[in-house]
Design a protein around this ligand. Structure first.
Ligand code: NAD
Length: 441
């Protein structure tokens, strides 16, 4: 008999990454018994030893507290996760394939494993971001491979947390989306989420899957829209920050996601746009709007690079300081981070780099190596002896830098700001050549 008492459910989360660990720790915090499973044995060993393999504010403490209360455990055995729980969330990665499609191998593998080990009714919930109709495939896969016909439901419960504020986003979400086909599944998920007191959207599975892809694509499009406006501002000498402010006050538009800069990155927007464009094509719709949003994002990096080049002229053997490597502040995630792309482009032109990031240095070193790159402990160290300083990620410690000191450390007082984070007048008064995006200086 499945226990439906609020806050006391037996849950497993398969895939213990940014989403799986945060969801697992938060469900445990709400009083549930949670098993976080992962097929990466090294990651599970680290978690069992008390280490947290990602940086997310507050996560280490939340995990430690719930492990101590014996409400959160880790395993590399998918069997254990399936057998010991009633609700199984799938939170594995869904990266892009070469052709832009979402790679759903992890989802299929987990669906097969669940089918093999099912020992009673299970509710299987997609938390990973997946193309529309994936729920249908998960259901078919489980039905095909199931050993004992005990009954099961599939549901969709897309996750909207943002890295850097993931725990807050999970605990205080704007909305919780539940896509389910049976009353039992709906009730179980509604009861699980009841303590969060958030707006619930209860719908069918396909609509739930589409809500996630549509939301991420809309947000990415909003960023590309303001980036396109920044190009116009640049040409006519207007200020994109002023334009965005004026637009954002209109409640129909809203102020969020109207920051012009070097473009969006991260593990979600680029891959989700690719996947949504591809799945749309497959079902017979040419999503031209999203193709344009993606193209504008690509061009924005070129635009940023052209600004560096037009100020530095020859890049070969020049030293460029880089503030920030992660795709946004308060995370160590460098997947599709604009900083990494820009650094690669500068290296290809023969520049030397001095880079710094409060938490993403280890991951960056793994993908960029050390040739021609010096990893620096602070923004000041990155500026020392550099011909130019780039702001790539608006970490607080980079916003708070003492620019009079930076001015003394740089070989040449040139700052190229990919996030429009500094005050142009102040930078000019300190003697900098200050270059930003879509703002007259
Ligand atoms: P991640 O790469 O950090 O974590 C995925 C985890 O799944 C990894 O630890 C991996 O080892 C594990 N895994 C892969 N295949 C497995 C298998 N067959 N069995 C067991 N474990 C397996 O990814 P993430 O950032 O947590 O994203 C997970 C999903 O959530 C993606 O679909 C993503 O689009 C979506 N999502 C991510 C975010 C975000 O901000 N990161 C936000 C909302 C939704």
């Amino acid at each position: 008999m499945v226990k439906e008492r609020q806050g006391k459910m037996k849950i497993s989360i398969i895939g213990s990454g940014y989403v799986g660990l945060v969801s697992g720790a938060c469900f445990a915090e709400l009083g549930n018994r949670v098993i976080c499973a992962d097929n990466d044995a090294k990651k599970v060993a680290a978690l069992l030893a008390g280490a947290v393999p990602i940086y997310e504010p507050g996560l280490k403490e939340l995990i430690a507290a719930n492990v101590m209360r014996k409400r959160l455990v880790f395993t590399s055995s998918i069997k254990e996760a399936v057998v010991k729980s009633d609700i199984i969330f799938i939170a594995v990665g869904t990266p892009s394939l070469e052709n832009g499609e979402a790679d759903l191998t992890g989802i299929e593998n987990v669906a097969q494993a669940i089918a093999q080990h099912m020992n009673g009714y299970k509710l299987i919930v997609e938390k990973s971001t997946v193309p529309v109709e994936t729920g249908e495939w998960v259901r078919k896969t489980i039905a095909t491979y199931v050993k004992h016909a005990e009954g099961f439901d599939v549901a969709s419960n897309p996750e909207f947390l943002r890295e850097g504020s993931a725990i807050k986003d999970f605990m205080k979400p704007d909305r919780i989306v539940i896509g389910a086909e049976s009353e039992r599944a709906r009730k179980l998920l509604m009861s699980l989420y009841k303590p969060l007191k958030a707006s619930l959207v209860v719908t069918d599975i396909k609509s739930a899957e589409l809500i996630k892809h549509a939301s991420n694509s809309f947000l990415a499009t909003k960023i590309s829209f303001i980036n396109a406006i920044s190009r116009i501002c640049d040409k006519v000498g207007a200020d994109v920050k002023e334009v965005a402010f004026g637009m954002g006050l209109d409640q129909r538009i809203g102020e969020g996601f109207l920051s012009a800069g070097v473009g969006y990155g991260g593990s979600c927007f680029p891959k989700d746009l690719d996947a949504f464009i591809t799945i749309s094509e497959r079902i017979g719709y040419d999503f031209k709007l999203l193709k344009a949003a993606r193209e504008i994002n690509r061009q924005q990096q070129e635009f940023f690079l052209s600004k560096i080049k037009s100020n530095l002229w020859i890049l070969k053997e020049k030293t460029i300081g880089v503030l920030g490597l992660s795709f946004k502040p308060d995370t160590d995630d460098i997947r599709n981070a604009p900083a990494i792309d820009i650094i690669r482009a500068l290296l290809a032109e023969g520049a030397r780099l001095r880079v710094s990031d409060p938490s993403a240095m280890k991951k960056a070193k793994q993908v960029l190596g050390s040739q021609k790159i010096t990893y620096c402990r602070s923004g000041y160290e990155a500026a020392k002896g550099s011909d130019c300083l780039l702001l790539m990620t608006e970490w607080k410690e980079f916003l708070d830098l003492d620019f009079a000191k930076i001015r003394r450390l740089l070989k040449r007082p040139l700052v190229v700001d990919g996030r429009n984070a500094y005050d142009p007048k102040k930078m000019a008064s300190l003697g900098f050549t200050y270059v930003c995006i879509g703002r007259s200086v």
